[in-house]
Structure formats: C-alpha cells, structure tokens
Design a protein around this ligand. Structure first.
Ligand code: ADP
Length: 290
C-alpha cells in the first residue's frame, strides 16, 4: 500500500454502497496515476544514471588518450636518448630534448585543466579579485600570446580606453589565453581581431578569427565539458575542457560568454563583463559568503 484516500462526511447519513463503489473507483484511478508517476521518475533516474556512466566512460577514454599521448612521446624520446648503442649529435639530442620538454608542458597543462575543471564544478576554485584596466590587460594578454604563438597576428581595437573592472587577472588571462590558443589551433594563419567596447555599463570584448568556423549544430555544445567538434583531422589535439573552464570563469565574474560562427568565414567569441565597481563588489561579497 502506497497511501490512502480518505472520504469523510461529517454528521451525514452513512455512505451508500454506490458511493463506496465510486470512492473505490476514484481511488483505483488515483493509485494508477500515482504508480505511473513513480515509474516515470524511476525510468528518468535510470536514464540519468546510464548517461552518467556513459559520460564517465567517455571521460576515462578521452583522458587516458590525452595523458598517454604526451607520456608516450616523453618515454619514447627519453629511451632513445638513453640507448647506449647509438650516439646522437648535439642538434638531434637538443631536438629530442625540446620535444620532451614540450610534451611535459602539455601534460602539466592537461592536469591543471582537469583540476581546474573539477574545482569549478565543485565551486571550490579560489578567485582573487582586484581592480584592473581592461585595455592594458588585453594588451598584455595579446603580447604574451603572440610571443608564445609566433605565427599569430592579433589586431587590437580598444575603443574604450581606461576601462576598469574588478576581476581575477590570472583567471581572466586564462580565458583569453585559451581563446587565442584555440584561434591558433582551429583558424591557423588567419588574422585575429580583439575589440573592446562599452555597452550599457558593461565591457563587451570580442575575439574574432577568420578560420573554418563551427557548424550551427555544435554551437550550443562547445562550452560543455569534454565536448569537441568531431573532425577527421587528428593533428589538432585537445580535451574539450578549455571553453568549459572559460565559461565558468566568466560566470564567476558575473559575466557571460557566447559564440557566433559562420562556416568558412570564421568564429567570434564574445565576453560581456560588468564594468561598474558595485557589480563587481557584489560578486566578491557573493564569493566570500560562499
Ligand atoms: P579543445 O580545444 O581542447 O578541444 P575547447 O573546449 O577549447 O577544447 O573547445 C571545444 C571545441 O570547440 C574544440 O574542440 C573545437 O572543435 C571548437 N572550437 C573552439 N574554438 C574554435 C575556433 N576558434 N574555431 C573553430 N572551432 C573552435
């Protein structure tokens, strides 16, 4: 028995057999509806569990592959260098060592990304807010990116100079580093335009490339954890964590990030951040109260 339906008549004549049958009929129907609802909830739970299992399997497959690839390079080149039956000239040795160095950096970045993404998911990523000038900040981020990614050409259009926001500079820089690294990966050899303007007391920053673009059916998904647009090009490596981390960081600043893209023409990421001191203070007190 899952429950009882009680019919009460105060002070009236006793219930007639017909009325009792009607009550039983109503109760029977209520019970059927009740069991049906429980069954639907149970099925939904089972489906959610199955989705979670699938997600975990995908996660393990992606992560193992992403961890094993750089590790394979490191092991392979280190073993080669250690072989006693062969001697390597200085240039070759240097080349092998720089591959080991790059792959170790990649491994480090991957593990950091994984840790950030679980901290963001759990809401335990620490933010340290301070006032920053967005124009100077964007110049700095761009300079670092172009010296890291030598072939990349970035054009800065700072329509709103001396624009101040309250932000965690390290975390916000991580967002732009990721957008610029992606532009370099998915739209190589195309110029990148970064534009900063003011819109209703908010800072609106766009990062535009002129690459292959993203098909409309993937646009809603690219900010999800581990989502990567399927491509036959296996040279471009990644985990699908970058944009998920970007969105969480921007949201922690009280802002928004979204994307617009046209196939064959390019992709633009937009970031809107609250510019006024009061908004940012609200975020800080929100964080502290958490
Ligand atoms: P990752 O680059 O590690 O795969 P991200 O979360 O940074 O993960 O990006 C998710 C996906 O979005 C990428 O796999 C790629 O398919 C797509 N993407 C991101 N930036 C761009 C871009 N500028 N142009 C085209 N596709 C992009």
């Amino acid at each position: 028995i899952a429950g009882a339906l009680v019919f009460i008549r105060f002070g009236g004549p006793p219930f007639e057999p017909d009325q009792i049958r009607l009550a039983e009929f109503i109760t029977g129907h209520v019970a059927t509806l009740y069991w049906h609802d429980r069954l639907v909830a149970k099925i939904a739970n089972l489906e959610a569990e199955r989705r979670l299992d699938r997600l975990q399997e995908d996660f393990i497959a992606t992560i193992s592959h992403e961890l094993l690839t750089p590790l394979g390079f490191i092991k392979g080149y280190a073993t080669t260098l250690l072989r006693e039956d062969t001697s390597w000239d200085d240039d070759t040795r240097r080349e092998f060592l720089s591959i080991i160095d790059e792959e170790a950096d990649r491994l480090h970045e991957l593990i950091e990304n994984l840790m950030d993404s679980s901290r963001l998911q759990a809401g335990t990523l620490k933010m340290s807010f301070q006032p920053i000038r967005l124009d100077a900040f964007l110049k700095d981020v761009t300079m670092r990116a172009t010296s890291r990614l030598e072939k990349m050409k970035v054009e800065l259009d700072l329509q709103e100079a001396a624009f101040q926001i309250v932000a965690d500079p390290t975390r916000l820089a991580q967002v732009f580093d990721n957008l610029l690294t992606n532009a370099n990966k998915y739209a190589p050899d195309t110029p990148i335009n970064i534009c900063l303007k003011k819109e209703n007391e908010m800072a609106l920053i766009s990062v535009q490339d002129h690459g292959q673009g993203i098909a409309p059916e993937h646009l809603d998904n690219i900010f999800k954890r581990f989502y990567r647009v399927p491509t036959p090009n296996t040279n471009v490596r990644g985990t699908g964590l970058g944009l998920f981390i970007c969105r969480q960081i921007v949201r922690a600043h009280g802002g928004e990030i979204w994307v617009e893209s046209t196939l064959g023409k390019g992709t633009t990421f937009f970031i809107r951040l609250p510019a006024t001191q009061s908004n940012a203070e609200n975020i800080i007190s929100l964080r502290e109260s958490n």
